[in-house]
Design a protein around this ligand. Sequence first.
Ligand code: ZN
Ligand code: FE
Length: 255
Amino acid sequence: MPLLLTTIPCLKDNYAFLLHDSDSGDTALVDAPDATPILAILRENSWNLSQILLTHHHSDHVAGAEDIAAATGARLLGAATDAHRLPQLQAQLKDGDTVQVGSETGKVMTVPGHTIGHIAFHFPISKYVFTGDSLMSGGCGRLFEGTPKLMWGTLSKLAALPPDTLVCSGHEYTASNLLFAASVDLDNEALVERIEATSAAVQKGVPTVPSLLSLELATNPFLRAANPTVAASIGMPNASPADVLSALRKRKDKF
Ligand code: ZN
Ligand code: FE
């Protein structure tokens, strides 16, 4: 049985995610932007939270962690690299480490670029990957701490996961990300369709996160930095994917 996934809108446009194993009752949280909505969902379902998995140190992903841990007794797990700037961790994670939710084992992947110590959690049986602000719906996080080369390595690693994996990313940025995508990825039929579906969802107030990796591969310009059409459309036909990503990111920052 796949883990039950609950997407929780938090703050202005953040998402947190609960993973629940109905056989064992085990429940884990990925990211903790705000304690109130997360504790409310735990209470509604009478779920006992055993652990909080943190993707990166930014306050909009960790601000509620200590309150939730105090209220539930959950353990805090996060990147060893960033232990000094994360809430007090009970377990420090490195690339290839595993986390256990009920009967399913998740794998820790280092995904630097947005921050240096950013990690993702991949659950291969349930087919979820929790990417925080690395790979995002229709885009990628800003390069606050890493280089374009690091982010390209990160995106390439995530792109190699099974295409039917659900990408559970940290923000509702899809609509604006796709608007930018359309400005650099001309004549992409899949992108046109996704923009239509996204505006319909946004109008209904339906979250556009998570998204399928296959859809990201077809429409996310940052994942498509090695695609000749994308490179040519920004006037960089022979550039490396990392250089194309760098140019895309700079354009997006000003978009
Ligand atoms: Zn962030
Ligand atoms: Fe964020």
